[in-house]
Each structure stands twice: as structure tokens, then as C-alpha cells.
Design a protein around this ligand. Structure first.
Ligand SMILES: O=C([O-])CC(=O)C(=O)O
Ligand SMILES: [Mg+2]
Length: 388
């Protein structure tokens, strides 16, 4: 059993949208295909992966360092002890050879991309959906048949006014979502409050709306904004300040009475643990958004989940960033609180299996081997453009 080849390509996901920190005019992602010599259904198993939105394609890191390292590994370094499948933890160790600790930068994005492809291949070789494999081998055996998903949008766009924002949110509700998220921090407070109130006219109550400042605010701004929105009773207030500023997060937690969310820009076990240790987050109400496809993959994510349990956090407090099927599988197999979704944004990487509509805020997963990319036509078209 061996890896025959690994292919990578950068694919654009550019658009005119803007959050409080960046625009997406040059955004792209790496897709990878790990082709194996294992035959299932008469064809070699190919595992696919991609990195999550918000970080650029780590093409150089993959091609110069991580792909050669994996291709150079000996069989016993990448297979399980029985030799019946690839071993994601061993592969993680191979990838991280000669990598110093700390300074995570964009290395975790490259490793997370390969890790996704490894898990896709492993589940395909087992001929099981990844969520089932995770529940059986790493969880308590139970699968969540329905996973909570919310519609993340509400971006700033040139010429987008209040009516367009309301139409967008109404369309999400019409598509079966019960909870929606919008961007804040990219306009004046007065303007953002108008936008929030306009969306509150469309959703049933504040409990159905999240706001995301994408790390834009200073401590004072974060607290002031929190003061101004607290009576809306929103579902959560996301990434108010710089993701690595744990003191800001802790101070904000003391002032803002409702749920906070953050973590999408923390890329390692150590960063996640620092947030839990020093960020003042409350396991009784707050949410964690670590995204394995940006942060060393599922091997690292499972270490984070174990760490959280030691600090009395439940996996249900985790609702990952990224809107991809990998985290949807993790949510279903390991009992997370849900997953993000970007209806119509970041296509073809955002969104879930075709013909599995969101119903009353929940979505089901298809019963296909692997992560389920083959059940999402536009994504599979893109992924299969590489690989043997
Ligand atoms: O706009 C982005 O970078 C995406 C984001 O923060 C989110 O999905 O929460
Ligand atoms: Mg966010």
C-alpha cells in the first residue's frame, strides 16, 4: 500500500466581498489529490483536500517541503501497524519532521490541506463516510444524523445597501437556515447598527443573528460596540479584536454579557490552549471556531478537543469556521455543536452535498465513502481536475 503521487493546484475563489479586515479580490485555495495504489470499486483511491478560505493557497510550502517529505517517507512511517490503511497520526509526524515548535504562520494551512486528503483516502479505503469512521474509532460511536449549520454572509460589497442585505438574509431563511451571520466593523458604528437593525427586522429575534468583526476592533472599540449591541441579545459576537490578543478577549468577556465566539485564526493546539487559559472565555456560553483546514488538520484538532475537555469545555461549544464538508464530518462524528455554511459564497468549496437541503437549520450528510466530495458535483469537478 503506497502513495503513488500527490498533485497540487491553486484555484481562485476571488470575489468582490469584503469583511472588516480584508477583501477577497485575490483569494485562492490549494487543492491537493493524494493518489494511492489501493483499489476500491475498481479504481485507485484518491484522497482530496483543500485549505479553508481566508488564507491564500500555500503552494510553495506544499510543493517545496510537505509533499516531498510525504513522498519520501517509508511505508512503515505512514501505514498503520497492521498495514491495512494509512495512519493520519503517523503521517502528521512525517510532515512535521524538522519543524521547530511555535511560529505557526501558514505552515498549518499546508499541513491541514494534506491532512484533509489523508482522511478522505483513509475513509475511502475503509469504505465508510468519514463521520462514521470518526464516531467508531475516535468518538463514542454515536453519529449526529443532523448537524446545525448557520448561514454566514452579510459581507460588505460595493453598492450593497440595506435592502440588498435584507434580501440576502431573507434568502438564507428561505433556504432553510434559522441562524444567519453578518459582518460588522467595516463601517462606522452608526452604519453597522443600522445594518444590524435591518437584519433584525428579517430574522425572528436577536438569538438568530451572529455578528463578526474579523478582529478589527481595539479593546475600547470592542467594548463600546459590545455595549451598543448587548440589548439585541445576539447569538454571538465574533472575533471582536485581534485573535492573538487574549487579554482583549478576557477584558471584553468581563463587559459583554452574552456569547462571544473566536478561534478561526488560531492555528495550533498551543494557540487554542492559550485562548482557553488566558482569553476569559466561558464554557457555559461561548463558542470556539478552530478550523482544522487552516490549523494542521484533524490530527491536531482532536488534540484540541481533548484539551478542551480537560478545561470543562464540551465539543458542543465548537462550531468551526470554514463551511466545508470536512468540519461537517467532524461535527457529525465527534459531536460538535455545528458548522458554518456560506450559501453561494466561496463556491465550490463552501456548501454541502447536492440534494441535501438545509431544513430548519440542520443538514444531513450523504452515505458515501470519504468526506463526501463526490456527492457535491461542482466541487468534485474541480477536485478531479488534478490527481491520476
Ligand atoms: O470573512 C471571513 O474571513 C470569514 C469569516 O470570518 C467567517 O466565516 O467567520
Ligand atoms: Mg469569522
Amino acid at each position: 500500500m503506497k502513495i503513488v503521487s500527490i498533485d497540487e493546484k491553486a484555484v481562485p475563489i476571488s470575489s468582490d466581498i469584503r469583511n472588516a479586515f480584508i477583501d477577497f479580490s485575490k483569494m485562492n485555495v490549494s487543492i491537493v489529490a493524494i493518489t494511492t495504489d489501493v483499489i476500491r470499486d475498481g479504481k485507485p483511491v484518491v484522497g482530496y483536500g483543500f485549505n479553508s478560505n481566508g488564507r491564500y493557497a500555500p503552494t510553495g510550502l506544499l510543493r517545496e517541503r510537505f509533499v516531498p517529505r510525504l513522498l519520501d517517507a517509508k511505508q512503515e512511517e505512514i501505514l498503520n501497524d497492521e498495514g491495512t490503511n494509512f495512519d493520519p497520526e503517523k503521517i502528521f509526524r512525517v510532515l512535521m519532521q524538522n519543524e521547530k515548535p511555535g511560529g505557526h504562520g501558514e505552515r498549518p494551512v499546508a499541513v491541514g490541506t494534506l491532512d484533509m486528503a489523508v482522511w478522505d483516502a483513509v475513509a475511502k479505503i475503509e469504505q465508510k463516510p468519514l463521520y462514521q469512521l470518526l464516531a467508531e474509532q475516535y468518538g463514542d460511536g454515536d453519529i449526529d444524523e443532523n448537524v446545525f449549520v448557520y448561514a454566514a454572509g452579510g459581507y460588505y460589497l460595493p453598492d450593497k445597501g440595506i435592502p440588498q442585505l435584507q434580501d440576502e438574509m431573507e434568502a438564507y431563511l428561505d433556504q432553510g437556515y434559522t441562524h444567519v451571520k453578518m459582518k460588522v466593523g467595516g463601517a462606522s458604528i452608526a452604519e453597522d447598527l443600522k445594518r444590524i437593525e435591518a437584519v433584525l427586522d428579517v430574522v425572528p429575534s436577536g438569538e438568530h443573528l451572529m455578528v463578526d468583526a474579523n478582529g478589527r476592533f481595539s479593546l475600547d472599540e470592542a467594548i463600546t460596540f459590545g455595549e451598543r449591541i448587548k440589548d439585541y441579545g445576539l447569538f454571538w459576537y465574533e472575533e471582536a479584536g485581534n485573535p492573538l490578543d487574549y487579554e482583549l478577549q478576557a477584558e471584553l468577556s468581563k463587559q459583554y454579557p452574552h456569547a462571544l465566539a473566536t478561534g478561526e485564526n488560531l492555528f495550533s493546539f498551543q494557540d487554542a490552549r492559550n485562548l482557553i487559559r488566558y482569553g476569559g472565555m466561558d464554557p457555559k456560553k461561548d463558542y470556539l471556531q478552530f478550523d482544522c483546514a487552516l490549523s494542521y488538520g484533524l490530527v491536531e484538532y482532536m488534540k484540541i478537543v481533548e484539551m478542551l475537555k480537560e478545561y470543562d469545555w464540551s465539543p458542543r461549544n465548537c462550531i468551526p469556521h470554514g463551511g466545508h464538508q470536512m468540519s461537517l464530518n467532524i461535527a457529525a462524528g465527534l459531536g460538535l455543536g455545528g458548522n458554518e455554511s456560506y450559501p453561494g459564497v466561496f463556491e465550490p468549496f463552501g456548501g454541502f452535498a447536492d440534494n441535501y437541503p438545509v431544513e430548519n437549520g440542520y443538514v444531513k450528510l450523504p452515505d458515501v465513502p470519504g468526506i463526501g466530495f463526490e456527492a457535491k458535483g461542482n466541487l468534485y469537478e474541480t477536485l478531479r481536475s488534478i490527481g491520476k
